[in-house]
Design a protein around this ligand. Structure first.
Ligand SMILES: [Zn+2]
Length: 297
């Protein structure tokens, strides 16, 4: 970022004398669109709209990004996605996934084919097995499959991380969330780089899961195996994809490491350099209480 900033300053100096001089293409901020899904649970959980607003606030200092926020699901006019380098979808998934409504899968597919980055967080990593799963494996490397994957509330211990821009500056952490695991990844994890990995204990595997309560025999039989709760891919079309299964509990955004790994990923999908120590941001008590959904009637 430092280099690009210096170039920006040099270009600004030149502008004074040459008003028509345009900046080099790579000096223009990259557009990141954060899509927050429509209201799901009561206040505090699945806070998709408050969540994307909070993430946008945390990215205000990143001059190489131009962040746009969309609330309540897929944009009514999706020209807001034109020119986007990356898209985050943080929303309810399954059959109600915003990308499955109408012709959205096809519309998003065209953007993916042109190399746009995509990150899906929490429930938005889930699509029905026969609608969208093939696309999601292609776009982000894997997805939640009903009754194959599971969704317990637990506290994975993330102790070590692969060397990757998304893990820049992330310290070991553990936080309770509805961390889904056992995704339906591409066969043999082809092209998939696991980023957040931990070993669930027996109690976690035995359930109950949030829904359906389980337990599933195949999950119990995986005792001792590491599981991936965040991962990324670099697609053949040039685009980048990330899946992140946490994000149920809104107050978790106040945890510096939980937040940093997601902010880093948002830069990475846009092909913006991630600072060596990761994206620095602060979230105070007022920030975390802002924009929450109203109580469900
Ligand atoms: Zn959830």
């Amino acid at each position: 970022m430092a280099l690009s900033r210096r170039r920006f300053l040099a270009a600004s100096a030149a502008v004074a004398a040459t008003p028509l001089l345009s900046f080099a293409a790579d000096d223009k901020p990259k557009k990141l669109v954060l899509i927050g899904g429509s209201m799901s649970h009561g206040p505090g959980d699945h806070e998709f709209n408050a969540g994307v607003k909070l993430l946008a606030k945390c990215l205000e200092g990143v001059k190489s990004l131009q962040v746009e926020v969309v609330n309540n699901g897929y944009p009514k006019d999706d020209s807001i996605l034109d020119g986007a380098a990356g898209i985050l979808c943080y929303a309810d998934g399954g059959g109600g996934h915003p990308f499955l409504k109408g012709k959205n899968l096809e519309r998003i597919g065209k953007r993916m084919a042109s190399g746009v980055g995509l990150m899906c967080a929490h429930y938005a990593v889930e699509v029905p097995k026969d609608i969208g799963a093939t696309e999601f494996r292609d776009w982000i490397g894997g997805c939640y499959e009903h009754e194959w994957s599971c969704n317990p509330m637990w506290s994975p211990e993330f102790k070590e991380f692969p060397k990757h821009p998304i893990t820049n500056g992330v310290k070991p952490f553990s936080i309770r969330d509805e961390w889904y695991f056992n995704m339906r990844f591409r066969p043999k994890l082809e092209g998939v780089t696991p980023l957040l990995t931990a070993v669930p204990n027996e109690k976690v595997r035995n359930g109950p899961y949030v829904y359906p309560k389980g337990p599933y025999k195949h999950i119990q039989e995986g005792a001792g195996n590491p599981e991936h709760m965040m991962w990324c891919v670099e697609r053949k079309d040039g685009g980048r994809g990330v899946g992140f299964t946490g994000g149920h509990t809104h107050k978790n955004w106040q945890d510096d490491n939980f937040r940093k790994v997601v902010l880093n990923a948002l830069l990475w999908i846009c092909k913006v350099d991630v600072p060596t120590e990761g994206v620095e941001s602060r979230v105070n008590d007022d920030d975390i209480k802002a924009n929450l959904d109203p109580k469900k009637k």
